[in-house]
Design a binder for this molecule. Structure first.
Ligand code: UDP
Length: 315
């Protein structure tokens, strides 16, 4: 049995579905602050707070859990700067609570959702796993602290540092539902749908077309990596830290073009100021996930990623 914290959220729900499809029994633990109960697709759901160590421990014991996948966290860079205490509490203290519950229940295997935000502005790209941690946001700081808590604990852990999660399940059953939405692809799709204007956050960066370059990785590929990660631990192998990215970057303008092609709509844009803290280009060196886990992203065509996001876009 596997416990998925945050399994009703965007990435957690795709992972829960992939784990079940791979034959694992799954129980989801989520406070539904950001997630949706219908996204667990009928799997057992325990509605609880990540800070409620007792409830977590009871859930681990009651369901005879063998390993945990920990997605539950606050995940907005901008919000983290406005509400740092919330981020330290839910993210770092929440991880402490989970680790304590796992120790109490005798569960020693963990797959953890981390982020390339722990790297901040790297000296060079692509970024590898040993790129120094210099997070720019409280969000990135708390994720680095969560990694630290896990490293200091006794659990065997697979730590994944995601680049820009994007897309949706190819059958449009699951998708990205953030409120408020801050991510480029859904915002561009919504603007195309509604005839609104997308603001491009700066076009004077030192990149080929002047707009920021990011590594967009399909959420179904992320989900598959989690299946491989937990299976590695269940087989008794050691943990590891690995980037999850495609290894190639797309600029904001390339995303805008992809959105126009996929939607067939004339997406209007305007250039606004740079967004504070935005590094010009971020993309992964992701060979470790391939060599250690045999994982390689299947959906590397940005058009396909945008198409899946478009099909799953809700009103
Ligand atoms: N971006 C933009 N307009 C928007 C939203 C995002 O130009 O309305 C840019 C953003 O500044 C960044 C890139 O798109 O350079 C990706 O942003 P997103 O928030 O999706 O992911 P991040 O890389 O910040 O995690």
């Amino acid at each position: 049995m596997l416990l998925v914290t945050g399994g009703a959220g965007y990435i957690g729900s795709h992972a829960t579905r992939a784990l079940a499809a791979a034959g694992h029994d799954v129980v989801v633990y989520d406070d539904l602050s950001e997630g949706f109960s219908d996204a667990v697709l009928g799997k057992p759901l325990v509605v609880g707070d990540i800070l409620d160590t007792e409830k977590l421990q009871k859930t681990l014991k009651d369901h005879a859990v063998d390993a945990v996948l920990h997605f539950a966290a606050r995940c907005y860079v901008g919000e983290s700067m406005q509400k740092p205490d919330l981020y330290w509490r839910v993210n770092r203290d929440g991880t402490r609570s989970l680790l304590k519950a796992m120790a109490g229940a005798g569960v020693g295997k963990l797959v953890f959702s981390s982020t390339c935000a722990v790297y901040g502005v790297p000296d060079s790209v692509p970024m590898h796993e040993d790129t120094p941690h210099r997070p720019l946001s409280v969000y990135g700081e708390t994720k680095a602290a969560m990694e630290g808590e896990i490293a200091d604990s006794d659990v065997e852990a697979v730590v994944f540092r995601y680049f820009n999660a994007a897309g949706a399940s190819s059958d449009a059953v699951l998708g990205e539902r953030h409120d408020p939405e801050t991510h480029l692809i859904p915002l561009a799709l919504m603007a195309a749908r509604d005839g609104a204007t997308l603001t491009i956050n700066g076009d004077d960066y030192p990149t080929p077309d002047g707009t920021c370059v990011r590594d967009y990785i399909h959420v179904m590929d992320l989900a598959d990596a989690h299946v491989a990660g937990v299976q590695r631990l269940l087989a008794g192998n050691s943990g590891l830290t690995a980037n999850l990215g495609s290894g190639r970057g797309y600029s904001v303008l390339e995303i805008v073009e992809a959105v126009r092609r996929v939607t067939g709509r004339p997406l209007a844009t305007q250039v606004g100021p740079r967004r504070p803290g935005d590094p010009p280009a971020l993309y992964a060196r992701a060979e470790r996930a391939e060599s250690e886990l045999g994982w390689r992203p299947q959906f590397t065509d940005i058009q396909v990623i945008v198409e899946h996001a478009w099909r799953a876009l809700r009103d």
